[in-house]
Ligand binder design. Structure first.
Ligand code: FAD
Length: 439
């Protein structure tokens, strides 16, 4: 059996293979072709949906986790597709380098993270896949191609955010930056005032985000700015007390109480918000961006035109009150710069991301469907690794380069070797090039 991180999506592939080289990937693909099986590749299983699941052959690249080449002068770093972001950050730090941005965890693999357009926050910073210079992709026919702006520009724009539907990402070349220190300021602030200034706050800082617990009127803001200072790492005990004890174990206890007695959730949320004080940290960038997440949950997240983000958050909060949803998890709001990958949810527009979460074991579907209806009204594009209810028919009009992606998909995976039920739902069935109508 294979299970995702949240533990609520599972599948029973005919085989799980752990190739250690391109040659072993090719051999696995040949076995799949001979048996007429479909293939999916799993990263760290941090997607919330059944995106990875297959009853065919599942590959994981956990043995392909090496840094292959580091060029400090150009900032280019070539790594195997299975390397975890935390291992990559640690290796980069040894060379005085870093990724320019990260999401709020770093357990994902590089291939998995870029394939769903994983993002952090920063109005001037695009999602992680926009840091990619080249992708080495092993195709269903066992050939390997290099997707880069120079070698194959269309495949490059498709494979940067490809949902695992084009081939196996064996290696990735990234554009990295010199190591930097962040000053992180966490501070509660009045919600309405913060939402009203959301774009300004985003423009004024390198990385701004806010969390707000439903049933409260407070924004828990997090502002990270680059500083020319040496990092001042916390002691292990202090880091554990903050990141594990308070942010995870205490929060978990509150979530359990809320799940057992939903009418208490508004009071619990107000208490958690009051307990979240202000703090300042100065540390290496990756240690500030990412922290451990031990409380299991599921999530839906939408990319919206940036200027509509605050309004969308207000509507979600109003919806929660009107429909009587009881939600013990905060709503998270981040800002991301536009990019040009065909299927990037931030394609071509400054973007605000709004994420809603539900604690493991609580009903999420009615809440997520109602939130999605709001997001639909803004032409919202779902995060490819999180839950949503869209189909290829509803998504195609939201992506100006949808047809270009499908053309590349038909060229690279004409028989749909890398398809599963989820991919067919959100991208449509694979169509051989000759049979395609441009769209
Ligand atoms: C606790 C938690 C926190 C998160 N925080 C953030 C966040 O801050 N920002 C954000 O944007 N997202 C966030 N996510 C979502 C997560 O970043 C994405 O779902 C990401 O895709 C997971 O990467 P993974 O390595 O686990 O890949 P998986 O979920 O295992 O796979 C994701 C996709 O990548 C494909 N894939 C994986 N490896 C390969 C390969 N070698 N070749 C081809 N295809 C491949 C898979 O087939 C699948 O389509 C979070 C998720 C969790 C559980």
């Amino acid at each position: 059996m294979w299970r995702n991180w949240a533990g609520d999506e599972a599948c029973a592939p005919v085989a799980i293979e752990r190739p250690g080289s391109v040659g072993e990937i090719v051999a696995a693909l040949e076995r799949a072709a001979a048996a007429g099986e479909r293939v999916r590749v799993a990263g760290a299983g941090h997607s919330f949906s059944d995106l990875v699941c297959t009853e065919g052959r599942l590959l994981t690249l956990e043995r392909m986790d090496r840094v292959l080449d580091v060029d400090r002068a150009s900032g280019r770093v070539r790594v195997e597709g299975g390397i975890a972001l935390h291992a990559l950050s640690a290796a980069l730090a040894e060379h005085g380098m870093a990724l320019e941005n990260l999401g709020d965890v770093d357990a994902q693999t590089i291939a998995g993270a870029i394939s769903t357009a994983t993002h952090g926050t920063g109005a001037r910073l695009p999602n992680l896949s926009a840091q990619v210079e080249a992708i080495e992709l092993v195709l269903a026919d066992a050939s390997t191609i290099v997707c880069s702006a120079a070698d194959d520009p269309a495949a490059f724009l498709a494979a940067r955010v490809g949902l695992g539907s084009l081939g196996v990402i064996a290696a990735v070349t990234l554009r990295c930056v010199p190591a930097f220190t962040l000053r992180a300021v966490d501070r509660p602030a009045p919600l309405e005032e913060t939402l009203a200034r959301l774009e300004q706050l985003g423009d004024e800082s390198d990385h701004f985000e806010l969390f707000t617990f439903p049933h409260t009127r407070t924004a828990l803001t997090r502002t990270n700015n680059r500083v020319e200072q040496a990092p001042r790492p916390r002691s292990r005990a202090a880091a554990w007390a903050q990141d594990v004890l308070l942010t995870n174990h205490a929060f978990h206890a509150f979530c359990l109480a809320g799940r057992a007695a939903p009418p208490l959730i508004p009071a619990i949320n107000r208490l958690v918000t009051r307990l979240a004080g202000s703090s300042v940290r100065i540390d290496r960038s990756d240690r500030v961006f990412a922290s451990p997440r031990l409380v299991r949950f599921t999530e839906l997240e939408y990319a919206l035109p940036r200027e509509r983000t605050a309004e969308a958050v207000r509507r979600v909060l109003a919806l929660i009150e009107a429909r009587g949803f009881r939600v013990p998890f905060p709503i998270e709001v981040r800002l991301v710069a536009p990019d040009d990958a065909y299927l990037s949810p931030a394609h071509g527009r400054p973007t605000g991301y709004v994420a809603v979460h539900v604690f493991k074991g609580m009903a999420w579907e009615p809440y997520f469907r109602a939130v999605e209806e709001i997001m639909d009204g803004y032409g919202g594009r779902p995060h490819w690794g999180k839950r949503h209810f869209q189909s290829a028919a509803t998504l195609a009009p939201r992506y100006p380069r949808w047809g270009d992606f499908q053309t590349v998909r038909a060229r690279l995976d004409p028989d749909g070797r890398f398809t599963n039920g989820h991919v067919e739902r959100v991208l449509g069935p694979p169509t051989p090039i000759g049979a395609r109508v441009a769209g």
